[in-house]
Write a protein that binds this ligand. Structure first.
Ligand SMILES: NC(=O)c1ccc[n+]([C@@H]2O[C@H](COP(=O)([O-])OP(=O)(O)OC[C@H]3O[C@@H](n4cnc5c(N)ncnc54)[C@H](O)[C@@H]3O)[C@@H](O)[C@H]2O)c1
Length: 355
């Protein structure tokens, strides 16, 4: 069995992938990097892992590293990915791949030239209830899908304490709502139309942020199936018992299912079966390894094991850069409809959009 050697850059949420790699028999944590030496020391103490540097160049030039995992601020992903590819490394990049569609051609060209894999860490796909829901979808248990509804609703005003959240390139849409957009595209990959609205609240304006913090969208795919996407990030929420942060509902001719994030619950009603609720509460400590529920070590554990299998077999790990760019194209169309006050935007071949 091959063990892949991992370098990690960005040790905020990068903490979660450190935990995942140190708990895996497919990965060896080789070296980690953050500009902030005291954070490196904190992680070294926390994990008993002292091989750190504050210089990304040192990670890039280490011949022992096979894969670089990138958890730096969203605005730096393009630079950090292309540097890793040029250094001959495979890449795991956390979401969002980029902060807009801009830069995607450059990125796809760098991936093609390198011959290396870029796997995008869309963590919600790797969370227990969402994994179960996907398995039921693949078995055809929903029948013909009619709608997919994905929501990411949270009071995330705490996020505005991070200095980069108030810098150019940050948006609630690309940083947060991309989880819901990706879930809808996972089931409806060929979206052809989108319409919807966004609001910039006083809270965001108070931080001099001109970025929509409440968004409601409707999409339609090439077979007429409907997707619904919503996000709200600066408003008081009802708490995770009532609003489990991220949720994905699939409704089809033979059944309906709902996968919930914070509650670790999966509700189903399939033909020939009554209504069921499965709780994965016993996996709480696997998924939520640190304080609070905004860390994702369990999902990252699942995705690094999956990525190792893809590297073994040569399979393309999904979402890869191509798929993530298609999601960015849908995001760009979403931005367009919100800017145009809800005018329908059509998307051509999943990539180009026209009014
Ligand atoms: N569900 C998820 O998958 C999930 C959850 C949380 C965060 N994230 C993503 O992780 C990324 C980081 O978010 P965060 O909340 O940890 O932010 P953060 O600000 O807490 O951490 C980012 C770290 O990157 C370091 N850094 C910045 N520039 C660097 C450079 N050039 N070289 C080395 N280190 C550098 C900073 O010092 C900081 O410690 C974001 O892209 C975010 O979207 C993903």
């Amino acid at each position: 069995m091959i063990t892949y050697k991992l370098g990690v850059v960005g040790l905020g949420e990068g903490r979660s992938i450190m935990s995942a790699a140190l708990s895996s028999n497919r990965w060896e944590l080789a070296k980690v990097c953050d500009l902030n030496p005291s954070l490196c020391e904190q992680r070294a103490e926390e994990f008993g892992f002292g091989n750190w540097t504050t210089d990304y160049g040192v990670l890039l030039s280490d011949p022992a590293i096979d894969v670089i995992a990138i958890y730096t601020p969203d605005q730096l992903h393009l630079t950090h990915i292309t540097q890793a590819l040029e250094a001959g490394k495979h890449v795991i990049c956390t979401k969002p791949l980029l902060t807009s569609l801009e830069g995607s051609n450059e990125l796809l060209e760098a991936v093609r030239k390198s011959g290396k894999r870029v796997f995008v860490g869309q963590s919600s796909r790797f969370f227990e209830p969402m994994i179960r829901q996907r398995a039921d979808f693949e078995k055809g248990r929903h029948g013909d899908i009619q709608t997919v509804e994905a929501h990411y609703i949270s009071d995330s005003r705490w996020f505005l304490d991070k200095p980069w959240s108030r810098q150019r390139g940050f948006s609630w849409m690309y940083n947060f709502m991309i989880h819901a957009v990706d879930l809808v595209r996972w089931y409806l990959p060929n979206v052809t139309e989108v319409t919807g609205y966004g609001i910039v609240s006083e809270t965001s304006r108070g931080y001099a942020l001109d970025t929509w913090d409440t968004m409601r969208l409707l999409v339609r795919d090439d077979q007429g199936r409907i997707g619904q996407i919503s996000g709200s990030y600066t408003l008081p929420s009802l708490g995770t018992e009532v609003e489990p942060g991220i949720e994905c509902v699939i409704r089809g001719t033979k059944g309906t299912s709902r996968a919930e994030y914070s509650n670790l619950r999966y509700h189903t009603h399939f033909a020939g079966e009554g209504r069921k609720t499965q709780s994965f509460e016993e996996m709480h400590d696997y998924y939520f390894r640190f304080e609070g529920k905004s860390h994702h070590a369990g999902e990252y554990q699942n995705y690094i094991e999956y990525f190792a299998e893809c590297l073994d077999s040569g399979a393309v790990p999904l979402p890869d850069a191509d798929e993530a760019v298609r999601t960015l194209a849908l995001m760009a169309a979403i931005e367009r409809t919100m800017k145009e006050g809800g005018k329908t935007v059509r998307i051509d071949n999943g990539l180009n959009f026209v009014m």
